[in-house]
Design a protein around this ligand. Structure first.
Ligand SMILES: NC(=O)C1=CN([C@@H]2O[C@H](COP(=O)(O)OP(=O)(O)OC[C@H]3O[C@@H](n4cnc5c(N)ncnc54)[C@H](OP(=O)(O)O)[C@@H]3O)[C@@H](O)[C@H]2O)C=CC1
Ligand SMILES: Cc1cn([C@H]2C[C@H](O)[C@@H](COP(=O)(O)OP(=O)(O)O[C@H]3O[C@@H](C)C(=O)[C@@H](O)[C@H]3O)O2)c(=O)[nH]c1=O
Ligand SMILES: [Mg+2]
Length: 289
């Protein structure tokens, strides 16, 4: 398989490079220098000129709090550029794979969210990602949108690396215990995307899919699991707090676990256990030191 991938340095992009290599696929990555998503037409032009069989968008504006004060950039990167890419891919009949987020939901459900549940984003990041989903679907070409959550890896910015950094600096940390979701290793997302791409090329259905790690936990549970997995000189104490005690510019969903049955039933892709992925990421970080 020959893939064209938007994004080069992000968590999912880096794992796509590793996984495509492992499967013997040819993958070309366009970083910000080659395709800036604030210029959607340039992204579309790259697709019009490509020899790839599948297009993947792994780039996004992921700074949830910063997006609140920077809606225009988030809209261009998360919505208008993916829309332009999907239309350019549709014009050539090339499958377009896009990644979205649990933050399209408002977090009020008492069971894991299904693909057809009502969306109601609480912030600019979620709202622009939702508009991106809609533009990609409306382009009318073969496509898949993978909604995932709480992504972590040894690269880039994520909660695991933040906790390990803070945990080295402080004996105690306060972490919210009333926001629950599914941490997801970026490596598992990369594997799911490549399996989806193969499935779509083989005629299996596209559309919207949920894919997140199990079991569902709170951010405080996740912090404790991180400190259990890592060998820090002093294990920090995690104080469990309410969201109201940790004010942030963006509101976040309280319950964002995703029901991942559809991708299992239609593509045979199982929900990953994030605890295994966490052990691998901790090992990778320790080896890199
Ligand atoms: N991170 C998470 O917790 C979650 C992420 N997702 C989704 O998963 C996907 C992948 O996320 P993840 O790998 O974590 O993202 P990262 O934040 O790790 O990486 C984002 C990537 O987007 C690139 N990018 C940002 N702005 C631009 C721009 N203007 N032009 C070109 N490239 C740009 C960045 O490039 P550069 O390095 O140059 O800044 C970077 O490569 C995204 O669609 C995201 O919305 C979904 C749920 C959770
Ligand atoms: C650093 C820190 C965070 N928190 C809280 C803030 C927040 O509610 C929660 C997680 O913080 P983060 O900033 O890592 O989370 P956030 O950036 O909101 O993570 C989200 O990113 C986007 C891109 C997504 O798509 C989502 O799926 C999700 O992964 O933990 C604490 O309670 N204590 C702390 O010391
Ligand atoms: Mg963040």
């Amino acid at each position: 398989m020959h893939l064209l991938i938007f994004g080069k340095t992000g968590q999912v992009a880096r794992e796509l490079a590793r996984e495509a290599g492992a499967r013997g696929f040819r993958a070309e990555f366009l970083g910000r220098d080659a395709a800036d998503l604030t210029a959607p037409d340039a992204c579309a032009a790259a697709i019009a000129a490509t020899g790839a069989e599948v297009i993947v968008n792994a780039a996004a504006y992921t700074a949830v709090d910063a997006a609140e004060a920077d809606r225009a950039t988030a809209q261009a990167v998360n919505a208008d550029a993916p829309g332009a890419m999907a239309r350019a891919a549709a014009a050539r009949g090339l499958p377009f794979l896009h990644v979205s987020t649990d933050y399209v939901f408002d977090g009020t459900a008492d069971r894991p969210w299904r693909e057809d549940d009502p969306v109601a984003p609480l912030g600019v990041y979620g709202a622009t990602k939702l508009d991106g989903e809609r533009q990609v679907a409306a382009a009318g070409g073969p496509h898949a949108i993978l909604r995932t959550s709480w992504v972590f890896s040894a690269h880039g910015k994520n909660f695991v690396k933040t906790m390990l950094r803070l945990g080295r600096e402080r004996p105690e940390l306060s972490v919210v215990d009333d926001q629950k979701g599914g941490p997801t290793p970026a490596a598992d997302i990369a594997r799911a995307l490549l399996t989806l791409a193969e499935g779509i090329l083989a005629g299996r259905p596209g559309g919207l899919y949920h894919f997140a790690g199990a079991p569902t936990v709170s951010w405080a549970d996740f912090a404790d699991a991180i400190f259990d997995a890592a060998a820090l000189p002093h294990r920090p104490l995690v104080h469990r707090i309410a969201t109201s005690a940790y004010p942030t510019p963006a509101r976040r969903p309280l319950h964002s676990a995703l029901d991942c049955a559809r991708i299992r039933d239609l593509h045979g892709i199982e929900q990953p256990d994030w605890q295994r992925g966490l052990a691998e990421v901790v090992k990778e970080l320790e080896t890199a030191q």
